[in-house]
Ligand binder design. Structure first.
Ligand code: ATP
Length: 253
């Protein structure tokens, strides 16, 4: 369940790409253990917003607070150090490397004395096997399997498992169900719930509003660079109502 403790707070965020005003006075709060769906038409500013939050794109002005402390996110490493892990559509995994190596990419476990150390392949494989079991894709898939032979949904699962293992507070997903089949989509939505149930917060962009409704606690809608609604909930709003907010038809009505 979503608590009341505030994890991330973005205040008055502005972003210009040259003369394009992509984010206009964006305010967004994400609580601990909350799944937030980010919705909006093409060009509304969703990708820019999550890129700002993941340190991939610099913001022009505004403030970001994490657990009450102001942070300046200048790179994805800054964001990771602040507990924000982003999973992009391509999952940023290396197809030739095994599941285990991908899980520990850039943060490999090592063994042996300093200077003579080597990768602790055995321990990485054991941790990976355990994580695969936890996210439910362990069936006949050993941790030594190259990522390249997994399906799109399974790759998303590995990326989410990585964020869970490194205990990121916030998992940012860029269209996690894009290009996935029905069963795979259900799998990814299950991982998102599992991440939430183990205390992580998630924010994700999804174009398919039906997927969003199945999993989110709250929906935030952007239009032309601004947040136009930030407290729509599947329990109290219909899909039609949310669609009207996305297109702006609720204003005309
Ligand atoms: N690198 C860039 N340089 C210049 N303008 C950009 C850049 N990236 C995005 N924009 C512009 O910023 C605005 C917001 O784009 P953004 O990609 O954040 O929207 P979006 O809601 O994610 O859209 P989509 O659903 O189509 O991905 C758009 O007008 C877009 O053309």
């Amino acid at each position: 369940m979503s608590g009341t403790e505030i994890l991330v707070e973005m205040r008055h965020i502005e972003k210009f790409y040259g003369r394009v005003h992509a984010l206009r006075d964006v305010n967004l709060t994400i609580r601990k253990g909350e799944i937030v769906g980010l919705l909006g038409d093409n060009g509304a500013g969703k990708s820019t917003l999550i890129k700002v939050l993941s340190g991939a794109v610099p913001y022009t002005s505004g403030q970001i607070f994490i657990k009450g402390r102001e942070v300046r996110l200048r790179s994805t490493n800054d964001a990771i150090a602040s507990g924000i892990e982003t999973i992009y559509q391509d999952s940023a995994l290396v197809p030739q490397l095994s599941i285990a190596r991908n899980l520990f990419l850039g943060r490999e476990l090592r063994t042996g004395p300093r200077f003579l150390d080597r990768l602790d392949q055995e321990r990485m494989n054991a941790v990976a096997a355990d994580l695969l079991k936890r996210v439910g894709i362990s069936k006949n898939i050993p941790p030594t399997t190259p990522i390249g032979s997994l399906s799109g949904g399974e790759r998303q699962a590995v990326a989410i498992a990585r964020a869970m293992y490194f205990d990121s507070d916030l998992i940012v997903l860029d269209e996690p169900t894009n290009n996935l089949g029905v069963a795979e989509t259900q799998g990814v939505l299950r991982f998102v719930r599992e991440a939430r149930d183990t205390g992580h917060s998630c924010i994700f962009i999804a174009h398919n509003i039906h997927h969003v409704f199945q999993v989110v606690d709250r929906m935030v809608v952007m239009r032309r660079g601004t947040v136009v609604a930030d407290d729509l909930r599947p329990a109290t709003s219909s899909i039609q109502e949310v669609e009207n907010v996305i297109t702006g038809e609720h204003i005309a009505a």
